[in-house]
Design a protein around this ligand. Structure first.
Ligand code: HEC
Length: 286
């Protein structure tokens, strides 16, 4: 494990894929997806939504994962999320009243750029907004309040499950969206932490490798399609921002705040890079 870290710290990042300074999301997207298609030519495109389990060499993990999927351990959490989605607010309305199409088949467009507030908006933000607009209290203090975060992850998981199979389609056509995209992109490629690792080191350079013999690494292509997800180790549904926090901690970097603009922009970038892939959330993960 240590050797790999040392080796990577002198290697350059996923050679040739690192985007140029000029903002051109469509060109970045092609380079990014081509990198993985070339690196893993036997993996059908849609399979990348299944994270590490799609990758050659990790078949034993896939076998175990298929077994888990017969009675997915997240089912209980998902049913609690469904209940939260369906339970009427004090005013008699439900979450469905806040969303287009009652919330069905719309999650593939999240997160999205909102020109009115000049921010990227996540599903979490729209769900919390719905609570506030209906006189209910939002899910808050998500860095510290584990219980609140898990209940929120369950609700978000249900929200995404109503769009299962829909293909990611993120609109980056406005200048504001491109700026947020560039911000997320910068975070993705930047080295940080005591180990001086970028996201790209683990999820591009080392994709499909098994760190320390017991920690396989997913390809970045497909990131976000499965979240909220439940890791065996965590035993609960969790948000994508919590996943980001733990990835930052692994390299001993100071994590950002749950729901911060920078994580929203990172999620925006990562999701755009997975354009065209089907949503599979919630899912099980190692
Ligand atoms: C030291 C290596 C390392 C670095 C650096 C790292 N991660 Fe991870 N990441 C992991 C491991 C280990 C997992 C769990 C196995 C997997 O799914 O890859 C993971 C999982 C993930 C997942 C879930 C993938 C899935 O399909 O379930 C996402 C999303 C993710 N990381 C994003 C990031 C982002 C964004 C960054 C940069 C801020 C980052 N990671 C940096 C090690 C790393």
């Amino acid at each position: 494990m240590k050797k790999i870290f040392i080796l990577l710290s002198i290697l350059s990042l996923a050679a040739g894929v690192m985007p140029t300074a000029m903002a051109d999301p469509a060109a970045d997207l092609k380079k990014f997806q081509d990198y993985f298609k070339k690196r893993f030519p036997t993996v059908p495109f849609d399979e990348f939504s299944n994270g590490m389990y799609a990758l050659p060499g990790l078949e034993s993990y896939r076998d175990q994962w298929m077994l888990y999927n017969e009675f997915p351990p997240y089912e209980l959490g998902l049913s609690l999320g469904k209940k939260a989605w369906e339970t009427p607010f004090k005013n008699g309305k439900t979450f469905a009243s806040c969303f287009k199409n009652g919330g069905k088949n719309i999650a593939q467009g999240y997160p999205y750029w909102d020109g009115t507030t000049n921010k990227v908006r996540t599903a979490e933000m729209d769900l919390n907004d719905c609570l506030k607009r209906n006189g209910e209290s939002p899910y808050a203090d998500l860095d510290k309040d584990l219980e609140a975060r898990v209940r929120f992850a369950q609700l978000v998981a249900y929200f995404y499950s109503m769009s299962a199979g829909q293909r990611l389609k993120i609109d980056v056509s406005s200048p504001g969206a491109v700026k947020a995209y560039e911000d997320g992109k910068k975070f993705w490629w930047q080295r940080r932490g005591q180990l001086n690792f970028a996201c790209a080191n683990c999820h591009m350079d080392l994709a499909g490798k098994n760190l320390g013999g017991n920690q396989p690494l997913s390809a970045a292509l497909g990131h976000t399609t499965a979240w909220p997800a439940q890791r065996l180790e965590w035993g609960r549904l969790e948000t994508i921002h919590f996943r980001y926090i733990t990835c930052n901690q692994q390299i001993r970097a100071k994590p950002m705040k749950h729901g911060s603009d920078i994580y929203n922009n990172l999620q925006f970038y990562e999701t755009y890079m997975s354009s065209g892939l089907p949503l599979t959330a919630p899912a099980m993960r190692n």
